[in-house]
Design a protein around this ligand. Structure first.
Ligand code: ATP
Ligand code: MG
Length: 340
């Protein structure tokens, strides 16, 4: 449970401190007051990555070198300093050389209105969702992802040269395949595990009771090593690695019809079900349930869906919800309010 959060030089905040209760918390304030920023800071404190942007440099307050996020999760004191030049991590004031122990302390599921892009947008958004959850489910995932990205970058750099030297390029095939196969395996297992809880959550919050199906589509085919070997000609022509988990995707269907053409309401319900499914998986895997960070979602939903969503959130999870006003909030839900 996140008890307190302090930020410095983070997006619009010069410095700011806040406290949270267990159960349901609201961050209430007008537009552009920093609600999403605080929620993102909570995510970065626990996971060292943003659910919104790939590069943490973009959340450093304009004109500053770096940001600090600092807070207490249960009894542990977490501190993270980030600048382009260096990153510093401390647990209970003890500097950490690796993030291994730090990342075991808190898990997060992020909900936002922009999640609808998971159905409509480009594949990299779906891969980011896969990575965000898989990295929390399996401790070694982050390292393997880094290894894969490093081998891919090196290989692509060599392919860009005017006359690519295949002996050098092929030297990166083995590390690419080794890391790639582990990513494919972890993502495939997660997608399979997500199917049942996401479909159940989807029935719980949709009126139509359509059946949600999730399909993992491997960018490395059935046998990544063989696909990579067979793709040499295409790689040389396009001057990049054309197969591999960097081309992975997820496909969604409702009653066996692709969700690409579903209505906006259907797509919103679908992505809520994905996030709820992920929350239930993380809650089932670990003693401490995940922190749910919910940005701007409730204000957009009608009363029935709002109540269905509130009821579908894992009971034991701490929730932090941003909203511009609380008029819609009925009686009977105990909550803690932070006004900006
Ligand atoms: N790196 C940055 N440095 C300084 N200010 C920033 C930075 N990034 C974002 N901001 C500013 O922070 C302010 C708060 O943004 P934020 O998204 O947190 O607002 P919000 O309260 O969630 O608003 P809304 O209700 O519209 O979602 C905005 O005015 C934004 O321009
Ligand atoms: Mg916002």
């Amino acid at each position: 449970m996140l008890r307190s959060l302090k930020v410095r030089h983070f997006r619009c905040f010069d410095s700011f401190e806040s406290e949270f209760g267990d159960g349901l918390n609201f961050i209430v304030g007008p537009n552009a007051r920093g609600k999403t920023s605080l929620l993102e800071a909570a995510c970065i404190l626990l996971r060292l990555q943003s659910p919104r942007v790939t590069r943490l440099a973009s959340v450093v307050q304009h004109g500053r070198r770096g940001f600090v996020v600092d807070g207490h999760a249960k009894e542990r004191h977490l501190q993270f300093y980030f600048s382009k030049e260096r990153k510093k991590l401390a647990l209970d004031s003890v500097p950490q050389t690796t993030a291994h122990e730090y990342l075991q302390l808190g898990r997060v599921v992020w909900f936002s209105n922009a999640d609808i892009d998971l159905t409509r947008g480009a594949g990299d958004l779906r891969r980011r969702f896969l990575d965000f959850v898989c990295a929390q489910r399996e401790p070694g995932y982050r390292t393997v992802l880094r290894e894969y990205e490093r081998a891919l970058r090196s290989r692509n750099l060599l392919l860009k040269q005017s006359s690519p030297r295949w002996r050098e390029i092929a030297a990166f095939d083995a590390p690419l395949v080794a890391a790639g196969e582990r990513l494919i395996d972890a993502r495939r297992r997660f997608a399979a595990e997500l199917q049942a809880p996401a479909a159940a959550m989807h029935s719980a919050i949709s009126e139509a009771h359509e059946h949600l199906h999730i399909e993992y589509v491997s960018g490395g085919g059935e046998d990544f090593a063989a696909e990579l070997a067979a793709a040499h000609a295409a790689d040389a022509r396009l001057r990049q690695t054309t197969v591999g988990p960097h081309r992975d995707d997820l496909e969604f269907s409702l009653n066996e019809v692709s969700a690409d053409h579903a209505s906006e309401g259907q797509q919103r319900t679908l992505v809520l079900a994905l996030k709820l499914g992920a929350a239930h998986i993380l809650a089932a895997h670990f003693v401490a349930p995940p922190l749910l960070l919910i940005d701007d979602v409730f204000g957009e939903l009608d009363l029935r869906r709002r109540n269905a969503l509130l009821a579908a959130l894992p009971k034991t999870s701490q929730k932090i919800v941003t909203t511009t006003h609380l008029d819609w909030m009925g009686e009977g839900h105990a909550h803690h309010v932070l006004r900006l």
